[in-house]
Design a protein around this ligand. Structure first.
Ligand code: AMP
Length: 404
């Protein structure tokens, strides 16, 4: 990797500021953590720093408090969970302290009280409007707490905020944490030196959200599979009328251009060849299968790919050596329309010889729904960040790391 890693730093006795992704779903009142995956994912980095006898300062955002203190978006519940998880892993009781503000006298005093091998979690960075504004004075205040900086929050790396970008200008070294490093290694290799054949599977509701990803991946892949709501705009571009299915009429041209680009580059562009049609958008809708390239009835909408499409897609997935998957093949939240997405999840996991990378909240949920998470090479933690990475964009939080 071209960037400094936490493994390259001398951490002993140093104040290490680690930007983490603790943006966990909370109950409405903010009292209870509904899913602690994000906390668990960054434990290796935190434990690495604690074992190296660093003084660990953890900083994160939670939700969208819009620059104000909002009690239901406090990181306080995260401290208890973090203590529990660190105790379970490291054996000894680790007293993780909490600072009710991320800057100012209280934060400074708590940092100066830190012993080697102890951690302090700072309150939600976004309680200050200066965080998202990437304010220089605020970035300096954060930097003043630390000797070195580590970014382990891949999920926030596509934002140029004070804690992801600004701060790096005022510390001597800025390194990637272990999770960040893993994300960059897997996604970077897929884009730069993928084992071939490379197959991308792109789904979800909107062409407009994913067209830049499709466009960039068309330069890299051998085949691209497109399913989900966005597929119907592509089918319209090929002349098929798709009834009441999702359609972005103003993106038909863009879809046609992507199909042409695939053709010019010799990339196989796979669209669904049959469809599960419903009479309305509901879990108990009346359904039928429509096969082939004929127009859909005007009053029907496609909510999943059909059995033949599954067969075609699974065949393509089976022979791939690198697979990147982002976005569901249908309305997988409703069991009647989850078959296509679950079949893709199983096929991706079933190709044990391939490097398989899944990103985006919905595809990650589908992988869990199918119970195949253990057989995926890399599940990306950053939805928006992984999309921007796949678009070929430079993430500000990554670009700001110190070059090796
Ligand atoms: P995205 O956030 O763009 O990845 O889209 C994910 C959402 O697209 C999920 O909530 C799916 O239910 C929805 N979706 C997938 N396929 C379809 C479809 N054929 N019609 C309507 N919505 C769909």
């Amino acid at each position: 990797m071209a960037f400094l890693s936490i493994r390259d730093l001398d951490l002993h006795g140093k104040r290490v500021f680690i930007r983490v992704d603790f943006n966990v779903p909370l109950s409405k009142d903010g009292g209870e953590i509904l899913d602690d995956t994000r906390i668990r994912e960054t434990l290796p980095t935190i434990e690495f720093a604690l074992r190296a006898k660093a003084k660990v300062i953890l900083a994160a955002h939670l939700g969208r408090p819009k620059g104000q203190r909002v009690e239901s978006m406090s990181l306080r519940p995260v401290v208890d969970r973090l203590r529990m998880l660190l105790d379970a892993d490291l054996g000894a009781s680790r007293n993780v302290a909490f600072s009710p503000d991320c800057v100012g006298l209280i934060a400074e005093e708590l940092v100066s009280n830190l012993e080697h091998g102890q951690a302090l979690l700072l309150e939600n960075l976004r309680f200050h409007p200066e965080e998202e504004a990437n304010d220089e004075g605020f970035a300096k205040k954060l930097a003043a707490l630390a000797d070195v900086y580590v970014n382990d929050a891949f999920g926030a790396a596509h934002r140029a905020h004070a804690s992801t970008e600004g701060i790096t200008k005022f510390v001597a070294q800025s390194a990637a944490g272990l999770l960040m490093e893993e994300e960059l290694n897997y996604l970077g290799k897929a884009l730069e030196q993928p084992d071939k054949p490379f197959v991308a599977i792109i789904g979800g509701a909107k062409v407009s959200d994913k067209i830049d990803v499709i466009d960039n991946l068309l330069n890299k892949v051998d085949a691209i599979i497109v399913g989900g709501g966005m597929a119907y705009t592509f089918l319209n571009a090929k002349g098929q009328k798709t009834g009441k299915s999702l359609l972005e009429a103003d993106k038909i041209d863009v879809a046609a251009a992507a199909l042409k680009k695939a053709d010019d580059k010799g990339v196989r562009f796979l669209l669904p060849v049959d469809h599960v049609l419903a009479d309305r958008f509901a879990a108990d809708a009346h359904t039928e299968i429509l096969d082939g390239t004929g127009d859909f009835p005007d009053d029907k909408m496609a909510l999943d790919i059909g059995p033949k499409s599954i067969e075609v897609f699974v065949n393509e997935i089976k022979d791939a050596s690198t697979i990147v998957w982002n976005g569901p093949m249908g309305v997988f939240e409703m069991p009647a329309f989850a078959k296509g997405t679950l079949a893709v999840a199983e096929a991706v996991a079933g190709n044990v010889d391939a490097t398989t990378i899944v990103g985006g909240g919905d595809s990650v949920s589908a992988v869990h729904m199918a119970g195949v998470e253990d057989r995926i090479t890399h599940i990306s933690t950053g939805g928006g960040a992984s999309l921007e990475f796949l678009e070929g964009k430079t993430l500000p939080g990554v670009a700001a790391l110190t070059q090796k």
